[in-house]
Design a protein around this ligand. Structure first.
Ligand SMILES: *[C@@H]1O[C@H](CO)[C@@H](O)[C@H](O)[C@H]1NC(C)=O
Ligand SMILES: *[C@@H]1O[C@H](CO)[C@@H](O)[C@H](O)[C@H]1NC(C)=O
Ligand SMILES: *[C@@H]1O[C@H](CO)[C@@H](O)[C@H](O)[C@H]1NC(C)=O
Ligand SMILES: *[C@@H]1O[C@H](CO)[C@@H](O)[C@H](O)[C@H]1NC(C)=O
Length: 824
């Protein structure tokens, strides 16, 4: 602008000079004024009229005009005073720019006659312009590494004024790092330069703000300022620094995945990327550590990635690096020490150091069954293990050296009670909360032959009919043994004894494997009624054990004998046996008595007499039970003197056996003596019989009283026991097998003169009570006693001995009440 104006000025000046030279001929003299620029309008420049030698009137009359050679009319003439006054603002800088002299040429023209005057107005500079910078804000970016003395040229300020009013100097606000120097360049321009006087440190001061002032030489001095903003560019000259060199942390081993371990923090005072920190583990960190820990590259947080295990590693040392992103990258280091705290996370373990051994049931106290040890991976209290056995255990734990134990027996063992133990051992540690584990130790008990075989009964009763077939099974005995294997394997045998001077082994044989006893003999009741066998059961243990049982074999009578007639004597049987009787005999006269015996017993020997045939059946009668032959009526004269009677004698067996006897009777007149004789003879035994009957009644009465007392006791017992279980009285009659007479005990006293035998026909030896009935024959027909007494062999023998003493001349039958019922 200034330049273009200057150029126009020059053209204008050339033109002006051309006119000036042209006018020089016309005008004479030169009028020159000098005024400062920027005068107010109307300010007087000079008295033009006087200076040109013109009168005031001429000015008006001759039409004086002032014409500027340039277009602009800066001046006018005051017609009244003839003064040249300022018409417009005059800016020297606009008119003449930077040129030192600034003259405005004026043409003053007057007419009539036309005269041309030349007037020059010199415009003097005043300091009306302050120095000005092209831009008020100057921004510089300087790296902090820049070396000392480096210059930074700045734009110079411009002051349009000239001369002393023009730009003279620069000043800079105070700054520790920067100084200013003015450099003069060609054309007299002054260029300010910044010089680095001290090294920059962005970290201390990142921005420097300076004020550059340009001063001119006017009076008063005018100035212009520019703001200089210096941004210090960062250089990666700082290492990231951790807050601590060593971080110490403790983490419990059960910390969950993702748990915070520690927050590391490093700072880098550098700016931007140079201060941007990236965290990582050191280059030589092992893979194991990397699998357990992780670090957040941005925040520096170390957290748990895997699982901690105190038992594997109790301490970790982590090398952590903080690296900035500058160029080159700089790094700082720190160490994180992680102490793993033990947690009771391992249950104790029971280890069998030797397999459990089977133990004999007779093992003494303290026999070692198994060796075991306890282990816990934890440390301290968490690893302190106690072993426990259940209370009341048959076993005990005996501690040996460190954590080793022996499992020993601690009481008497009995395989027959418990053959296999499952010993539960509990291991408990002392942690809080404590952990435990259990282990089952199976211990088997080895059998020892400590139990003898036991028979199902201590004595067996066997009933065997006489005339049995040899080789049939008599009975089976059996024994059991609580032991095991060979200790329980039983073999049966018969202990040798004598039966009627013959070894029992010739009568019976036993199957040693299963205890079946076989008869090897046909027994005759009339010869052998009862015998005993001692049976032994023996196990195959070592040493073996045995036990004994008694088998009572009762031979049962069969009706294999017919009644045998004793009187009339068998010698006379062939011929007729003659009995005599007087004709004068009255009714009821005892003619004779037939007597027979039967070798069998019981019903088989119960003899009855019957008149089978007679010459005159109306005259004689035979007593069914006694065999007495009596007259029915008085003998008359018409009766034949010779009478024959056929008497049949039968037993009560099944099948019935019978025999007959023929009695011939002679009726004689005047026969007295023999009858008296006979009566006398008969009275003797009859008296004796009466005495015996008395004894018998006495003894029976005493037995009856005894039985009655027992019955009462039993009755009371039965009533009591019948409340809880079945009545024993009822059961007695329920169980009695009517069809099987073996179940009933019969005692038969068969006497014919001297006692022939006392029979024990059978009976339930073990039964509490037994009913007996005595049928007394022939003394008192149909006179029954019912005896109820406790049945035991010994008691029974007493009864027999009592009876034995009385020796009744009759047949006694004690038998079951039920059997006797059938008789009636
Ligand atoms: C075995 O020993 C324990 C103590 O050691 C004792 O209490 C127990 O009675 C003993 N048993 C036998 C059968 O001796
Ligand atoms: C059998 O064993 C049980 C428990 O083991 C015990 O209580 C009982 O007394 C034992 N019986 C005999 C007869 O030893
Ligand atoms: C015992 O063995 C014999 C022969 O093998 C057999 O006849 C008998 O029935 C057996 N006895 C028992 C009680 O099993
Ligand atoms: C069995 O009887 C035999 C012979 O009488 C005897 O030697 C043995 O001791 C008895 N055994 C038992 C266990 O009673």
């Amino acid at each position: 602008m200034t330049k273009r104006k200057g150029y126009r000025d020059w053209r204008w000046l050339a033109l002006w000079w051309h006119h000036f030279l042209l006018l020089w001929n016309i005008t004479c003299g030169q009028t020159r004024y000098s005024i400062p620029e920027e005068l107010k309008q109307g300010s007087v420049v000079g008295n033009l009229a006087r200076d040109l030698g013109l009168g005031l009137s001429e000015i008006f009359d001759r039409k004086l005009r002032v014409a500027s050679e340039a277009g602009e009319q800066y001046f006018t003439v005051d017609a009244g005073k003839g003064e040249l006054v300022v018409n417009d603002r005059i800016d020297r800088e606009a008119l003449c720019g930077q040129s030192v002299s600034c003259v405005l040429p004026l043409q003053v023209v007057i007419e009539d006659p036309l005269q041309l005057f030349r007037v020059e107005v010199e415009i003097q500079d005043i300091n009306d312009n302050a120095p000005r910078f092209p831009s008020n804000d100057i921004t510089l970016e300087i790296a902090e590494s820049t070396s000392l003395g480096v210059r930074f040229p700045l734009e110079s300020a411009i002051d349009p004024d000239v001369g002393s009013n023009s730009l003279k100097s620069y000043t800079l606000s105070k700054d520790e790092c920067f100084n200013i120097r003015i450099k003069d360049v060609a054309g007299g321009r002054k260029v300010p330069e910044l010089i680095l006087g001290k090294l920059l440190d962005r970290e201390k001061k990142a921005v420097h703000k300076l004020l550059l002032t340009a001063l001119d030489g006017g009076n008063p001095v005018r100035s212009g300022t520019a703001q200089i903003l210096i941004k210090v560019l960062d250089i990666n000259d700082n290492v990231p620094a951790f807050e601590k060199q060593l971080y110490k942390v403790s983490v419990s081993e059960d910390a969950a995945e993702g748990a915070l371990i520690v927050q590391t923090k490093a700072t880098d005072v550098d700016d931007g990327q140079n201060g941007e920190i990236e965290y990582s583990f050191g280059a030589h960190t092992s893979d194991i550590v990397l699998s357990i820990f992780a670090i957040d590259p941005i925040s520096g947080t170390i957290f748990l990635k895997g699982k901690l295990d105190f038992e594997t590693t109790s301490n970790y040392e982590l090398d952590v690096i903080a690296k900035d992103k500058g160029t080159p990258r700089m790094e700082g280091h720190c160490t994180v020490n992680v102490d793993v705290l033990d947690v009771n996370d391992n249950a104790p373990d029971i280890i069998l150091t030797s397999q459990p051994k089977p133990v004999r049931e007779d093992s003494p106290n303290g026999t070692v069954v198994a060796l075991l040890s306890a282990k816990d991976l934890d440390s301290g209290d968490n690893g302190k293990v106690t072993l426990l056995l259940p209370k009341k255990s048959q076993f005990a734990l005996k501690p040996s050296f460190s954590h080793n134990y022996a499992l020993v027996t601690n009481s008497v063992l009995d395989r027959e009670n418990v053959s296999q133990y499952n010993i539960e051992i509990t291991a408990v540690d002392a942690g809080s909360p404590s952990l435990f584990s259990k282990k089952m130790i199976p211990v088997s008990i080895i059998d020892v032959n400590d139990n003898p075989p036991v028979f199902t009964q201590s004595s067996y009763n066997v009933y065997l009919k006489e005339n049995n077939v040899p080789g049939s099974i008599l009975h089976s005995v059996s024994a059991s043994d609580l032991d095991l294997g060979d200790n329980a394997k039983i073999s049966y045998s018969i202990l040798d004894s004598k039966v009627q001077d013959v070894s029992v082994s010739s009568y019976v044989y036993i199957n040693s494997d299963n205890g079946s006893i076989y008869s090897m003999h046909s027994f005759d009741y009339e010869k052998l009624k009862v015998f005993q066998i001692q049976v032994q059961a023996k196990d195959q243990g070592s040493p073996s054990l045995s036990s004994n049982a008694t088998v009572h074999v009762f031979i049962l009578d069969q009706n294999d004998n017919a009644p045998a007639v004793i009187y009339p004597s068998s010698a006379a049987l062939g011929s007729l046996s003659h009995q005599r009787m007087p004709r004068s005999a009255k009714a009821g006269h005892l003619v004779t008595k037939v007597t027979a015996v039967d070798a069998d017993s019981g019903h088989n020997a119960w003899i009855s007499y019957r008149l089978a045939e007679a010459t005159d059946a109306s005259l004689f009668t035979v007593n069914l039970y006694t065999g007495e032959v009596r007259t029915k009526r008085a003998v008359s004269e018409q009766d034949d003197s010779s009478q024959r009677l056929l008497i049949e004698i039968k037993d009560d067996g099944e099948p019935v056996q019978s025999s007959t006897v023929t009695v011939s009777i002679l009726l004689e007149d005047g026969l007295h003596e023999p009858i008296l004789d006979l009566r006398h003879k008969l009275s003797e035994p009859s008296r004796k019989t009466g005495r015996i009957t008395l004894y018998l009644i006495l003894s029976l009465a005493s037995v009856s009283v005894l039985s009655l007392v027992t019955l009462l006791i039993l009755a009371v017992k039965c009533i009591r026991s019948s409340r809880s279980s079945g009545s024993c009285c009822m059961r007695r009659s329920d169980c009695d097998d009517y069809k099987n007479p073996n179940r009933n005990l019969q005692i038969q006293l068969n006497t014919d003169g001297p006692i022939k035998y006392v029979e024990v026909l059978g009976g339930d030896m073990l039964s509490q009570s037994q009913s007996f009935r005595s049928c007394m024959s022939p003394m008192s027909e149909y006179s029954d006693f019912t005896l109820i007494k406790p049945s035991s062999t010994t008691d029974f023998k007493e009864v027999i001995s009592v009876l034995d003493a009385s020796l009744p001349d009759s047949t006694w039958t004690f038998e079951s009440q039920q059997v006797s019922k059938t008789i009636h």
